[in-house]
Design a protein around this ligand. Structure first.
Ligand SMILES: Cc1cc2nc3c(=O)[nH]c(=O)nc-3n(C[C@H](O)[C@H](O)[C@H](O)COP(=O)(O)O)c2cc1C
Length: 396
């Protein structure tokens, strides 16, 4: 058994039984492909490397052979490798990922020119309707070339997906491995949420006491980020409204920030367009009038007067009459949790409520009960990453 089997599927099984061509071209970023290939394998994929001659001068094919367990295709032979993997055959590959992709290879693909193994695989894949993801990497002067940009557009027009480079100084740098993998999961994975517009509202509100201090809560925002990531992997058009949080949000998620309950109430007026709305933010129950500047320190006593916050959750159904809306209910103990969660559902005319206890706050694990309009309950326990998929299965 090749040692690659030790890591196959250890992160997820989303790409299990999926064959992915990893086209590597002559950019210095080719040195990143060992890591990239291994990460795809950790999600279950079978990765077949295909390299241009220029790529083999930057990274030796043996590195990718070891990394993937598959001998890289570095030239086309009498086996007609491009046809057996990407032609109209009984079991074509699921996706062609070209990472890194040079200006040269992009321009050739856009003109239907194929004079390297990577471009011939691309031409064949395009004709067979196999999805292609291109991840450009080059000096900014090459990327800004008007004709290279036109060629990128041409590729996009025929349905080739791009993972955009990060413009740093004079470079159009290869996107992060995390971002590339997320896009592969999205285009080669389940795709069951494709075309669904999903709004996830997560993190903690922060109510200002003065210009410096805030009142907030211990919500980590992890549930929201896991829901957003998994919905993205499953093809949804995801928007995350995000308050205060301790979690780094992946760059491929569209984010709009909020701070206070009143920010949410204002933003909530325009949510009709979403098919699914998930409110898992920890929204403050109490607000106060903000003082200008900084309340001086050193006082003997400081009394803050709080008053009930507007109930954001109660505005959702009115603003999004046709959306599937899910709320979250957190309680200190389990005793009356489900009863209170169902009350919340009824009172706000929600479709689902996910009930959980405060033990899940700021933790990677949680115990949840998903309750529907008929008070039917599904109980799940485990890592938030997996719970996110269970929640999406039920509520979308
Ligand atoms: C060390 C080195 C690094 C290079 N890096 C890049 C790059 O990041 N992007 C790019 O478009 N070309 C880069 N080039 C130029 C390409 O290798 C050259 O255009 C080559 O013809 C590309 O061939 P290919 O597209 O068939 O791989 C680099 C060349 C060398 C020698």
């Amino acid at each position: 058994m090749h040692p690659v089997e030790d890591i196959r599927g250890v992160k997820s099984t989303i790409l299990l039984n999926k064959k992915i061509i990893l086209g590597v071209t002559g950019s210095i970023a080719a040195v990143e492909t060992v890591k990239l290939a291994r990460e795809l394998i950790r999600h279950g994929a079978d990765v077949i490397p295909v390299m241009t001659f220029a790529a083999t001068k930057i990274i030796h094919p043996d590195s990718l052979w070891f990394a993937t367990g598959n001998k890289p295709v570095v030239e086309l032979t009498g086996k007609t490798e491009h046809v057996s993997f990407c032609g109209r055959v009984s079991e074509p590959v699921d996706l062609v990922l070209i990472s890194p992709c040079t200006a040269n290879t992009i321009s050739k693909i856009s003109h239907g020119i194929d004079d390297t193994p990577v471009t011939t695989f691309a031409t064949t894949a395009i004709g067979s309707d196999i999805p292609i993801i291109v991840v450009p990497a080059m000096h900014l002067s090459m990327y800004d070339h008007k004709i290279v940009q036109e060629n990128i557009q041409k590729c996009k027009e025929i349905g080739i997906k791009f993972v955009e480079p990060a413009i740093v100084g004079s470079k159009a740098k290869l996107a992060s491995t995390e971002n590339i993998v997320a896009n592969v999961l999205r285009h080669a994975g389940r795709k069951d949420l494709k075309n669904k517009k999903i709004l996830i509202i997560g993190g903690a509100t922060a109510e200002p006491i003065d210009d410096i201090r805030i009142i907030t809560n211990r919500s980590s925002g992890k549930t929201a980020v896991n829901l957003a990531k998994n919905a993205f992997f499953r093809g949804a058009d995801v928007t995350l409204w995000y308050g205060l949080s301790r979690v780094t949000i992946p760059e491929y998620i569209k984010i709009i920030g909020f701070e206070t309950v009143n920010d949410l109430v204002k933003m909530g007026k325009n949510i009709k367009k979403y098919d699914v709305i998930i409110l898992c933010a920890a929204v403050s129950d109490y607000i106060l009038d903000k003082k200008k500047g900084k309340i001086p320190s050193g006082k003997d006593k400081l009394v803050l007067e709080l008053r009930p916050a507007p109930k954001f959750i109660s505005t959702l159904r009115k603003n999004a009459p046709k959306s599937k809306i899910t709320g979250f209910k957190v309680e200190g103990n389990k005793n009356k949790l489900n009863e209170k969660a169902f009350e919340l559902l009824k009172k706000n005319n929600l479709d689902f409520v996910v009930a959980n206890t405060i033990s899940g706050f700021n933790s990677d694990e949680n115990e949840i009960w998903i309750i529907d309009k008929k008070n039917k309950t599904i109980h799940k326990q485990g890592k938030k990453q997996y719970l996110a998929d269970h929640i999406l299965d039920v509520i979308t």
